[in-house]
Structure formats: C-alpha cells, structure tokens
Design a binder for this molecule. Structure first.
Ligand SMILES: Nc1ncnc2c1ncn2[C@@H]1O[C@H](COP(=O)(O)OP(=O)(O)O)[C@@H](O)[C@H]1O
Ligand SMILES: [Mg+2]
Length: 232
C-alpha cells in the first residue's frame, strides 16, 4: 500500500550534518498494524514524517498504491494529509482553545469550502461526537484539552485523526507521554481500529512492550531498516 524505497534524509544545521536516513526500504501492507522501533534519535519520527508527506526526502521515493507522493506539489500533499493520512503524536497537538468536539471537527472544516461546510456541519458534528463517544468521551465533548487527562487527550486526538476516514493512520510514540496502563488502553484502541475497521496503522515507538501488540515489527538502526520480524 505504502512503498518506501531508498529513502535518504540528512539534516544540516550550523555546519553540523546529521545523516538520519541512509537508504530505508519498507513496504507497508494494506490492513497491517506495523511497529517501527529504534533508539531515540534513530530517525523514527523523520521516517514517519516522510511517509505522511510532512517532509520531503533528499533521495528515494514514497509511493501510495503505486503512485509517488513525495514529489507532489504542496497542495496535493496537503490534501493527502487531510484525506488519506491520519496522524497522532506523543504530545497530542490539540488546539488548546478548542473543545474536544471542535478539535475533532478541525480536519473536516479544512477539507471543505466555507459554503459546503455550512450544510455539512450538522452531519459532521454528529460524526465527531460519535467518534468521541466510541472512545469513551461522550461526556467530555465540551471540555478543553487542559480539562482532560493525558489518555483522554490522546483518545480525542485519535478521533480527530479518524474524522476524514483516512486510509492509513501514522502514530508517532502515541503512548510516549502516558503511564503503562493508559498507554495499553491506547494500543488496544488502535488494535481494535485495525481489526474491526481494517485500518492500516504504522506506529513508531521505542517501547518493545508496546510494539509487541503489533502484527510486525521493523527496527531502524544506522539509518536503515535492520530486519523484519513477525511478532504475534
Ligand atoms: N528539523 C531538524 N533539524 C535538524 N536535525 C534534526 C531535525 N529533526 C531531527 N533532527 C535530528 O535527526 C535525528 C533523528 O531525529 P528523529 O527522527 O526525531 O529521531 P527519533 O524519532 O527516532 O527519536 C536526531 O539526531 C535529531 O536531532
Ligand atoms: Mg521521535
């Protein structure tokens, strides 16, 4: 589904060169729950950003269903990030002045013109509250992020990521800021979305216990994928 070939990325800052990715090859299969593990600084976030067109590689290619997406014009990549990819992050990245419900609605608002938004707003609001309800937040719709726990903020972020029915969910250390039990709840939700809804998920983590819940684990070492192993 998502094919990564020969991906290279070097960051340069103040004459310091950090060669992060040095030829990454990886195939993400439709319907799988894939874990990408590696030490801190090994380039996991960089790889996830390149997969989701948040950044562009120096060399190599990222293809979605056979079509290259890494060199598309900015507008097309924005559209992919709004429609095709869902993102969740370690620190949630919720907008602090918006309620949980409004945060979940943001991707839908971005995806529509002002005119179509007006007549779709009701239906989209219903979808947003159904998603929050599904993740146990039906009683938190009007809460601001600062009034939510870490686990609740991450569940809100998952609802937001799903709002536009993405084909792939990209998760960057989604449990990294949570205690073990709450982290396991988040992985259980992702597992269920993968099994029940057939959602393809790529999750980056440095935590092997968390990765053990996935279908397949690949490890990033020295800028390359070290080896594939079947977990489970
Ligand atoms: N925007 C950037 N500019 C310069 N260096 C960066 C940038 N982003 C990441 N790096 C460096 O690239 C390396 C890999 O970072 P990252 O992909 O965030 O690793 P990980 O997510 O595995 O911890 C780190 O050494 C980091 O300091
Ligand atoms: Mg990272």
């Amino acid at each position: 589904m998502l094919t990564i070939h020969g991906l290279k990325k070097t960051y340069r800052k103040n004459a310091v060169e950090v060669r992060v990715l040095q030829g990454v090859d990886l195939d993400v299969r439709q319907g799988e729950f894939l874990a990408v593990v590696g030490a801190s600084g090994s380039g996991k976030s960089t790889l996830l950003h390149l997969m989701g067109t948040l950044d562009q590689p120096d060399e190599g290619a990222v293809a979605l269903n056979g079509y290259r997406i890494d060199q598309l014009p900015a507008r097309s990549r924005e559209r992919l990030r709004n429609q095709t990819f869902g993102f969740i992050f370690q620190f949630y990245h919720l907008l602090p002045e918006l309620t949980a419900l409004e945060n979940v609605l943001v991707p839908a608002m971005i995806g529509h013109s002002a005119a179509t938004w007006l007549w779709r707003k009701r239906e989209q609001s219903r979808r947003a509250s159904e998603l929050l309800d599904r993740f146990g937040l039906g009683h938190r719709l009007r809460h601001l992020p600062r009034e939510l726990s870490g686990g609740e903020m991450q569940r809100t972020a998952i609802a937001r990521a799903l709002m536009n029915r993405p084909a792939i969910l990209l998760a960057d250390e989604p449990t990294g800021n949570l205690d073990a039990d709450t982290g396991n709840d988040i992985v259980r939700i992702l597992r269920e979305l993968n099994r029940q809804d057939g959602l393809t998920i790529v999750m980056v983590t440095h935590n092997m216990d968390i990765a053990a819940g996935c279908d397949r684990i690949v490890k990033l070492t020295n800028g390359r994928i070290e080896r594939s192993a079947v977990a489970v």
